[in-house]
Ligand binder design. Sequence first.
Ligand SMILES: *[C@@H]1O[C@H](CO)[C@@H](O)[C@H](O)[C@H]1NC(C)=O
Ligand SMILES: *[C@@H]1O[C@H](CO)[C@@H](O)[C@H](O)[C@H]1NC(C)=O
Length: 224
Amino acid sequence: MAGAFLYPGLLFLASIATVSSHSQCLDNPPDLTARRHEAGTVVDDLAGFKAYVTGAAHSHRAIVLASDIFGFEAPLLRKIADKIGETGYHVVVPDFFNGQPVTDGTNLTEWIKLHSPVKAANHAKPIFAALKKERKSVIGVGGYCWGEIKRPIEILGAQYDVTARPKLVYQFVQALRQRNQICYYAKIFPGVKHGFACRYNDTNPFEVKTAEQALVLMLDWFGK
Ligand SMILES: *[C@@H]1O[C@H](CO)[C@@H](O)[C@H](O)[C@H]1NC(C)=O
Ligand SMILES: *[C@@H]1O[C@H](CO)[C@@H](O)[C@H](O)[C@H]1NC(C)=O
């Protein structure tokens, strides 16, 4: 599942509680050795965070992209950030995990306690302040598998997501419907599973195409 404007960490936490044996959050981890040409650069101190910064440096429209649990170094995530940047945004991907993303052997239960999306949302406030100081208005926040919600949200779910199942997405939509001041868009993509938008199999044409469609919807949403 993927969300444009903050991501339902709520769902993620809720689902960790219910998915005991296997979490799709851990499937197809990024290959950190598969370096590609990156359009952006890493800065050491964006309001106290290391961050990957890409796109139109002088644009007044900024997008903050939250990584999934594997962190801001994932090549496919940076590729997505570059693509968003190509459409005219200044894009920042902060290292919300302070150099401690999930790796082989991480105990997810313990990790999520140390890296709760709720805490991170508070820690992220100086990032927004710093961007505003640079006269950038933050248009949106996009995230994958990890985050929270207060603003208009687009939720892109996956048919075979056992972490944030379609049923959970529907429940979420019900909840959003009841708070009718929050505008939202939700879609379930057929034939794919959790992580489809940022951790897809990049040699599988169907998965690549689906992830591209998800990116187009995300860009449309930011455009709105
Ligand atoms: C992960 O941490 C939790 C809480 O500390 C513990 O109960 C659980 O046994 C650990 N799981 C593994 C696989 O070590
Ligand atoms: C990725 O997709 C290719 C082509 O469909 C397939 O051969 C390969 O096994 C897939 N890799 C994984 C990790 O699923």
